[in-house]
Design a binder for this molecule. Structure first.
Ligand code: ZN
Length: 317
């Protein structure tokens, strides 16, 4: 069986249609136009200990198998959000960006075009945290700048962390043990990106929010300065939770289990559990960067302490 066939079979089993190229979903929302855009997906394998190093490989595989999932690969979607108002076009995160080596990623600009928007029309970009799969798309191929007219809104705490980051700051993180060379490259790349875009960057004032309808909730752990963005209209709200969770089965059934990219896995789990309780109480819509396309739904509490279910949202036009 070739790789492509096996991948297709995996997704039939999972019943999670994977986004392979440009794609967008409009969301009915009263005051603004909201669109979820795909940048593609990142295949992750082996699954253990990339996910859930707090448990054993056998326990993780049993959970996946019991739910009809592949134990070979997890494809992480890269979902981003576009908000259109009368005079602004705002992107929440910009994906990983185009790569000559990997055709599965870097589709955001194409997804924007498909939805009728040119990259130079983007007025503002809000970056949840500075991992490459959320900021890499600021560049096109050959380091072309994708969004020349956008102000880039960042957390000062997050920028300060990455500007001073040392390998020894990551000893708690799975990636430190699994891919130290990759981690070194990320630690070098982020400060140089911040330098490249310094004339477009503005720090967010977390006490004020932005534009009168966006507010920001610190959700630390995955990175020190990661935050969620709450979009409020007159009658609706939806919160972009970025990387609060990386898998809609593993980390909802076991929110205490971490992901290798978490800088501080214990804090990431604590934050996830606290916010999952809040979101399950309020039943507000949330959008996750890496949850199954288009990544929007509600979080329900389930049987047992700190157990949750992902409830994908249906009525999208
Ligand atoms: Zn991510």
């Amino acid at each position: 069986m070739n790789k492509q066939t096996s991948r297709l079979l995996i997704h039939e089993e999972e019943k999670t249609p994977i986004v392979r190229k440009a794609n967008f979903q409009k969301l009915a929302f009263d005051n603004y136009k909201l669109t979820i855009l795909s940048d593609g997906f990142i295949p992750r394998h082996p699954i253990y200990p990339d996910f859930a190093p707090e448990t054993s490989k056998e326990v993780l595989e049993q959970l996946l198998l019991l739910n009809g999932r592949s134990i070979e690969t997890i494809d992480l979607e890269i979902n981003t959000v576009l908000i259109e108002t009368e005079n602004r076009k705002i992107l929440l995160d910009v994906g990983l960006g185009k790569s000559n080596e990997n055709p599965d990623i870097g589709w955001l600009v194409d997804s924007l075009s498909l939805s009728g928007i040119k990259p130079d029309e983007i007025t503002d970009i809000i970056i949840s945290h500075l991992h490459p799969d959320h900021i890499g798309g600021l560049y096109g191929l050959n380091n072309r700048i994708n969004y020349p007219n956008a102000r880039i809104h960042l957390s000062e705490l997050e920028c300060t962390f990455w500007r001073n980051a040392q390998l020894s700051d990551f000893t708690e993180s799975g990636i430190y043990h699994m891919d130290r060379e990759g981690l070194k490259q990320i630690i070098q790349m982020i400060p140089s990106m911040l330098e490249d875009f310094k004339h477009q960057i503005e720090y967010i004032d977390f006490t004020k929010g932005l534009f009168g309808f966006l507010s920001f909730l610190p959700t630390p752990g995955h990175t020190p300065g990661m935050f969620s963005t709450k979009i409020c209209s007159d009658h609706q709200s939806v919160t972009y939770i970025a990387d609060l969770a990386h898998h809609e089965l593993i980390q909802f059934e076991h929110p205490e289990w971490s992901f290798s990219g978490d800088h501080n896995p214990k804090l990431a789990a604590e934050t996830r559990i606290n916010f999952f309780h809040d979101f399950s109480n309020t039943q507000e819509l949330v959008i996750g960067s890496h949850l199954p396309w288009p990544g929007i739904g509600r979080i329900n509490s389930s049987e047992g302490e700190n157990r949750f279910d992902w409830n994908p949202y249906g009525p999208i036009s």
